[in-house]
Design a protein around this ligand. Structure first.
Ligand code: NAD
Ligand code: ZN
Length: 358
């Protein structure tokens, strides 16, 4: 059975539909203008059968075009963005035509940005195919591309018309990418979602075996948590910051490793372990809580050894982070209920100590 969650506010709110197979005529048709053009953006790593299935469900008579970008983060570039705009203009897309993003966060981010800017905004649908995109990037309306000065530096807040999540897409996803998404799911368990916490602690085997019922449940709960937070704070003025739990260090680790050899979710797990350590040194959480976090990460085969990273190496990346304001580092730490909250009040020494004591 499908689960439907509403995200966003007022006229820009949109449904998120989660099911084993969410790509159905009845889910798509109310959001598609059948007499208009559709451009599907996907990447070279996504199985072709997924594209064909969507075309099939849309009906053969429509003007459906497909544009494939090379797989990987380097495609979130100005070059690929311009190619998409060229395609839309060549095909004479007007404001009532639509785009579909079929892929992971890379495809979702660049498609969303193209949709937000072409003709000052055309409608688009998110069909996420990675766990990370299903639990995180497809919901919340953040779109972006990278420039040489940094990741996600050019983008827009722009909500999709619809998000369709098929858990069956995860069957073809590599273990590495699956675990990357699981890192973000773990993050939601520390942002107040008790159901996720319980499922992660008690059903790790089912999760690792991609049991569709358990996956559907953790995806639904993740989206609920994210949607509740982003709907309250659409333009990232306050509350939304807690979604960055583990990300200040995670981004620093990704930067330090030149974005190679570490997935985003894996870097977030390193970051969460470091944050848990600082929270413990600050006296905010007990040793047992810290150990419990480690234990759950072990069950999910996500636990890492962050002692390989030195604070001195990460420092310059940490202080380049977008989370610096007025020269102060804002960190999301854990409180005694094991929930994240934003603060710039912590002992700097504990920050560097957390790495040494890893
Ligand atoms: N907008 C947001 O709020 C937000 C949030 C988090 C992350 N992001 C962005 O998301 C991006 C990372 O996304 P990602 O982790 O999904 O990586 P990704 O989009 O690069 O996909 C990872 C790989 O998996 C392949 N793939 C995708 N679906 C597959 C499937 N079902 N079967 C087999 N292979 C499949 C892709 O071809 C790709 O090679 C980053 O650019 C990050 O900045 C955005
Ligand atoms: Zn993230």
């Amino acid at each position: 059975m499908a689960n439907i969650i509403k995200a966003g506010k007022g006229s820009t709110s949109y449904p998120v539909i989660i099911a084993k197979n969410a790509i159905t005529k009845s889910n798509l048709r109310p959001h598609i203008n059948l007499s208009k053009n559709i451009l599907i953006i996907t990447d070279s790593g996504i199985p072709k059968t997924y594209v064909n299935n969507i075309i099939d469900k849309l009906g053969a008579k429509k003007k459906i075009y497909v544009h494939v970008i090379p797989e990987g983060e380097t495609s979130k570039s100005i070059k690929e963005y311009v190619k998409i705009l060229d395609k839309l203009a060549e095909l004479k897309f007007d404001r009532s035509d639509q785009m579909i993003a079929l892929g992971g966060g890379v495809v979702g981010d660049i498609t969303g940005f193209a949709a937000s800017s072409y003709l000052r905004g055309i409608s688009f649908i998110q069909i996420p195919t990675t766990l990370l995109a299903q639990v995180d990037s497809s919901v919340g309306g953040k779109t972006a591309i990278n420039i040489k000065q940094g990741k996600n530096l050019v983008g827009a807040f722009y909500n999709p018309e619809l998000v369709l999540i098929s858990t069956s897409f995860l069957d073809t996803l590599s273990d590495k990418q699956f675990k990357s998404g699981l890192g973000e799911v773990f993050k939601y368990s520390l942002l107040g979602n008790k159901k996720i916490k319980k499922i992660l602690e008690s059903s790790s085997d089912k999760i690792l075996n991609k049991d569709p019922i358990v996956l559907g449940e953790i995806i639904k709960e993740s989206i609920k948590t994210k949607a509740a937070i982003v709907t309250k704070d659409e333009k990232e003025n306050g509350l939304r910051a807690i979604l960055n739990l583990g990300h200040t260090f995670g981004h620093a680790i990704e930067g330090c490793m030149n974005f190679k050899g570490v997935t985003h979710g894996q870097a977030v797990v390193y970051g969460i372990q470091i944050v848990a350590r600082i929270s413990f040194l600050e006296g905010l959480i007990k040793k047992e809580d810290y150990q419990k976090i480690d234990r759950t990460l072990s069950l999910l085969k996500l636990r890492t050894d962050f002692s390989q990273f030195k604070y001195s190496d990460l420092k310059k990346f940490i202080y380049n982070d977008k989370k610096i304001s007025g020269g102060k580092l804002n960190l999301i730490l854990l409180d005694r209920n094991l929930e994240g909250y934003k603060t710039n009040k912590f002992n700097k020494l504990n920050l560097s100590k957390a790495f040494r004591l890893a």
